[in-house]
Write a protein that binds this ligand. Sequence first.
Ligand SMILES: Nc1nc2c(ncn2[C@@H]2O[C@H](COP(=O)(O)OP(=O)(O)OP(=O)(O)O)[C@@H](O)[C@H]2O)c(=O)[nH]1
Ligand SMILES: [Mg+2]
Length: 202
Amino acid sequence: MFSLFYGLWKYLFSKTEFHVLILGIDKAGKTTLLEKLKSLYSNLEGLPPDRIVPTVGLNIGRVEVLNTKLVFWDLGGQPGLRSIWEKYYEEAHAVVFVIDAACPSRFEDSKSALEKVLRHEDLQGAPLLILANKQDLSEAVTAEELARYLDLKKLDERVYMFEAVSAFDGTGIKQGAEWLVEVMERSKRTEMLRNRAGVAGP
Ligand SMILES: Nc1nc2c(ncn2[C@@H]2O[C@H](COP(=O)(O)OP(=O)(O)OP(=O)(O)O)[C@@H](O)[C@H]2O)c(=O)[nH]1
Ligand SMILES: [Mg+2]
């Protein structure tokens, strides 16, 4: 009984916290993005790029965007670590998929990793933000060129957007984060996760 009331109280009064997974193949710039998000949206100074090492475990970043609490989960993208990603799918409200837009030789690897993410049933309906990262480099392709290259067939009725960003200088990151908040707030998946938390209690 207590847990039923607690669940209801939590549902009605606690501020929703959204979980956002940052995925992408190794060296795409996921951790650099996470540190930039911290610098842009919290009073914590994110790690400078030269102190960031390849991710093996999980990096967590809590920030507040448009008055909404976001928890970012940044995972390692090396081939041997990608099997860990799916452990986090069930609890995720949305996915940010980061691609190094200046490295066409790795687009195919990104495409197949992203297609696998999209096929997973634990991520059904999760809004998707695809970032064409490293726009500070002259060889980077635009978001439109990247979208054309990836030619994703599995988007179904998913809410998604491509955005050109630079995790180095911050270009495009606020637009992407604010879009995510807006779509997560009215997504069916958020409703589903909320209902599940309400029924299951604390
Ligand atoms: N020029 C440029 N370099 C970037 C940018 N973002 C990341 N990098 C560089 O790309 C390399 C990889 O960055 P990480 O953030 O460690 O990449 P990651 O996706 O977290 O890699 P894993 O943890 O191995 O999965 C580093 O040398 C970064 O400094 C960017 O926007 N512009
Ligand atoms: Mg990393």
